[in-house]
Design a binder for this molecule. Structure first.
Ligand SMILES: NC(=O)CC(=O)C(=O)O
Length: 307
């Protein structure tokens, strides 16, 4: 069987300190991504809503237009900053996520853009599962007050390394996405995300390790740094988990970069030891990766999907 991961790769998750100044967020992201690639990273990830504060009141104010693709500099300064940065750094860049506005439909999305080392847009992912929760006395948050959901899974082919899946934050709680991506050959599941002080303490590490354990692949969760002066306090604790569900590296709350070296042997060794991959009973239950699955998997996303 061909290896899922063709050669070793260094992954870096940038736990960025973000704020209200978009231009500063972009220039600060640039300096941290370049720091990561100077340290040898081949794939660099930014957090959810890295160019804006996280909150429904901020999404429309910070939203950028991505369609028609490619957008002009004034339609999406972030698109151009990320594309230039991927080129400058020579790495694959999973650009966290940004608030997006699609003028034609008047809809807003929480959207992630992935660029190749030559600056080409490789993939787009609009958050599929919107973060709508109510935990009395703790947190109430309703992304769907402002945002619309995306309608596809996102698998990106990085020719030198193999396939990765990109989804956003709350998407991690839906194991089907991870399972489908892994069964379609992803070696790494990446989630730019911003859990909070309530749900982060409960589930952040558990979700990362569960998705890795179920699928025997690497998982990376990339949060913004915690800012107790912000309206929404992100959990932090960006982490990389190996295919055996062990935490390889995890940050605290402050700005920092977490790195890990990923290799094919770890995936193969895990799957050989506990061979759930060959023991599934699709005669008893269906294979969720088969049938009517809406996904992009060619790593060549020239335009955003039309819902
Ligand atoms: N912010 C999110 O989308 C998700 C989150 O905080 C959680 O699932 O908890």
């Amino acid at each position: 069987m061909a290896k899922l991961l063709k050669k070793p790769v260094k992954l870096a998750l940038v736990q960025l300190a973000t704020g209200a100044d978009k231009a500063h967020n972009l220039s600060h992201a640039r300096s941290k991504v370049l720091e990561a690639t100077r340290a040898g990273a081949n794939i660099v990830v930014l957090p959810e809503c890295f160019n804006s504060p996280y909150g429904t009141s901020f999404f429309p104010k910070y939203a950028e237009t991505l369609l028609p693709s490619p957008p002009t500099e004034s339609q999406s300064p972030t698109f151009h900053a990320l594309s230039n940065l991927a080129k400058e750094s020579g790495a694959y860049l999973v650009g966290g996520s940004i608030p997006e506005y699609w003028a034609e439909t008047k809809k807003h999305y929480n959207t992630s853009l992935t660029f190749a080392p030559d600056g080409r847009l490789l993939a787009t992912h609009r958050k599929v599962h919107l973060f709508d929760i109510d935990i009395p006395g703790k947190i109430s948050f309703h992304e769907s007050d402002v945002l619309s959901p995306g309608n596809k899974l996102t698998i990106v082919d990085l020719p030198e390394y193999g396939k990765i899946a990109v989804a956003i934050c709350y998407d991690v709680r839906f194991p089907e996405l991870a399972m489908i991506a892994a069964r379609k050959g992803a070696f790494l599941l990446l989630y730019p995300g911003a859990f909070n002080l309530t749900t982060g303490a409960l589930h952040w590490e558990l979700q990362a390790r569960a998705r890795a354990m179920d699928n025997q692949v690497y998982v990376g969760l990339c949060s913004p740094a915690r800012d107790m002066k912000a309206e929404y306090n992100a959990w932090g604790h960006s982490m990389i988990v190996d295919p055996n569900a062990a935490v390889m590296a995890q940050l605290g709350e402050d700005e920092d970069i977490v790195y890990a070296d990923l290799n094919a042997d770890k995936i193969e060794e895990t799957r050989k030891g506990i061979p759930i991959y060959t023991q599934r009973r699709f005669d008893v239950y269906p294979d969720v990766s088969k049938g009517d699955v809406k996904y992009d998997g060619d790593g060549d996303d020239v335009a955003l999907p039309q819902p």
